[in-house]
Design a protein around this ligand. Structure first.
Ligand SMILES: Cc1cc2nc3c(=O)[nH]c(=O)nc-3n(C[C@H](O)[C@H](O)[C@H](O)COP(=O)(O)OP(=O)(O)OC[C@H]3O[C@@H](n4cnc5c(N)ncnc54)[C@H](O)[C@@H]3O)c2cc1C
Length: 483
């Protein structure tokens, strides 16, 4: 009997554990360790943040689902990895600390034959002074609920004739997830317009992108109404249409009540005042430690500088001009321990996709790579398929691959809610990472890289919300729904 341990019940880890359970059945043991007793469909937190959904509509309890599937669930945090075991335990194990009410603070060593690290990002609020205290976030359902409370205050002030300034975007020079912030700013503009308050709203987008529409992918050329358009134009025209002004090439460095301090790529320091803000924090790994059998700290070997786990990528430092699609990982296996994998946001990318930029003061101002839901789910699935293959056949090969430099992704950016007036910008790209050798003209397959805005996109986004929650709840035939 083999034992597979998955850390993190987010989009990637929950996908991995569900497929592991499906492929391995009851003959093998599948264990999930994750601190939040709920699964959350993170993309719909945007709608919680504008009061159009309640947190209960985007989350559900994990324990009953895992009980039904026969997956052992421990509501705990993974603290340290011991891939060689120690003097007493002769196999890899993870030290965990329970956070459930019943067992809070208890520690345990959970052994494994295979480990999947799917711990996602640490929301690194502390990297920007005052960001946690003086801004809002929609990264989790409880953050989004809190943001909605503050947004309602701003609406009330406008209803009483008071002008309000909204500032939405990235809260660090190296932040990613521009797409989520972009969705939020469009939804706010849409709701303000719906309430007939646009004349009292001054809405701003602030971003670390060199050009708008970079989205951490180094931008893209999209086919739109038969024309090839750079995402810069696509994004700027949407912002203009929604009456949103922008600040680009900005590293937010500090926040005080109602005021943001930022530096731009020219090295100039500026401030911007606001009444309501939502700024995405920088992301890092969750800070797991790793130890060898003799107890020595091997974290630097296992994790990259951003504390995300190293996998089968080419991490050799090289200049931007020498980056290649081949640098990106295919099977997400750790190079030092072959039974250890990192899935979803937890894996360390070899480098960014956007060109690194530094201000004359040495401040890095460019987006780090986005790892959206679709690739996170696909990676979780192929990691599960490869582990199940190895356990069932005894072979050590990886028949399933999912490089972000070959796979496509669809991203639906909600731009307003409502069956008939709702809108979304739908973008598909293939591959996610530009491949200038294979696609010398546009960096991507132009026939598969498309952008369109309309009501159909809103219906798709809403349909995806229900479809993915259905899949995550492991309802009948869930595996037929793609990641
Ligand atoms: C507001 C917002 C909107 C978004 N919208 C979209 C969208 O429309 N489309 C899209 O494709 N993508 C979207 N994304 C991105 C998408 O949510 C992520 O790609 C996806 O959640 C990443 O999955 P993951 O499993 O790697 O990480 P997560 O979903 O963050 O899951 C990580 C899990 O690990 C757990 N964990 C953390 N630390 C530990 C530990 N020490 N031990 C054990 N478990 C741990 C966490 O509790 C969590 O359950 C959005 C993101 C945000 C923030």
């Amino acid at each position: 009997m083999a034992k597979v341990l998955v850390l993190g019940a987010g989009i990637s880890g929950h996908t991995a554990v569900s497929y592991l359970n499906k492929y391995l059945g009851k003959k093998h043991e599948v264990v999930m360790v994750s601190p939040n007793s709920n699964f959350q469909w993170v993309p719909s937190n945007i709608w919680v943040g504008v009061g159009l959904m309640k947190p209960d509509q985007v989350k559900f309890k994990l324990a009953p689902i895992y009980k039904k599937l026969g997956i052992e669930y421990k509501q705990a945090l993974g603290v340290s990895l011991h891939p060689e075991g120690d003097a007493e335990i002769d196999s890899g194990y993870v030290s965990i600390k329970y956070v459930s009410k019943e067992q809070e603070g208890e520690e345990e060593k959970v052994t494994y034959d295979y480990l999947v690290n799917a711990t996602g990002p640490k929301l690194n609020f502390d990297a920007t002074k005052g960001l946690r205290e003086h801004s809002n976030s929609v990264c989790t359902y409880d953050h989004a609920e809190h943001a909605w409370g503050n947004l309602q205050e701003a609406y009330k002030k406008m209803e009483n004739g008071e002008k309000q300034t909204f500032l939405i975007g990235t809260g660090h020079g190296l932040a990613t997830c521009q797409g989520a912030a972009f969705e939020y700013v469009l939804n706010i503009a849409f709701e303000v317009h719906k309430r007939k308050l646009s004349h009292l709203a001054d809405i701003w987008w602030i971003s670390n992108e060199y050009e708008l529409g970079d989205f951490g992918m180094g931008g893209a050329y999209v086919k739109r109404n038969g024309y090839v358009t750079p995402t810069k134009i696509f994004t700027e025209s949407i912002l203009k249409e929604y009456g949103i002004r922008w600040i680009k090439r900005a590293a937010v460095q500090k926040l005080e009540t109602g005021k943001v301090y930022y530096e731009n790529l020219r090295g100039e320091k500026h401030t911007k005042e606001f009444d309501f803000s939502m700024l995405i924090p920088g992301f890092a790994g969750v800070g797991l430690k790793a130890f060898a059998k003799d107890g020595s700290d091997i974290s630097d070997k296992i994790f990259a500088a951003n504390t995300m786990m190293k996998v089968d990528a080419d991490y050799t430092p090289k200049p931007y001009e020498e980056w290649s699609a081949r640098d990106w990982p295919k099977i997400y296996q750790n190079g030092d321990y072959s039974n250890m994998y990192a899935s979803g946001i937890a894996f360390a990318p070899p480098h960014t996709m956007s060109k690194p930029m530094t201000s004359p003061n040495g401040t890095k101002i460019f987006p780090t790579p986005p790892r959206t839901g679709m690739p996170s789910g696909v990676i979780g699935k192929i990691v599960a398929q490869n582990i199940a293959h190895q356990i069932k056949t005894g072979k050590k090969d990886h028949p399933h691959e999912a490089s972000m430099a070959t796979m496509g992704a669809a991203c639906i950016v909600s731009a307003g809610y409502g069956l008939f007036k709702g809108k979304a910008a739908v973008m598909t790209v293939r591959p996610i990472v530009q491949d200038w050798e294979k696609y010398p003209k546009w960096g991507r397959s132009i026939k598969d890289t498309v952008g369109v805005v309309g009501t159909a996109g809103h219906w798709m986004k809403l349909f995806m919300h229900y479809m993915f929650l259905y899949k995550a709840k492991a309802k009948p035939l869930w595996w037929l729904i793609p990641e």
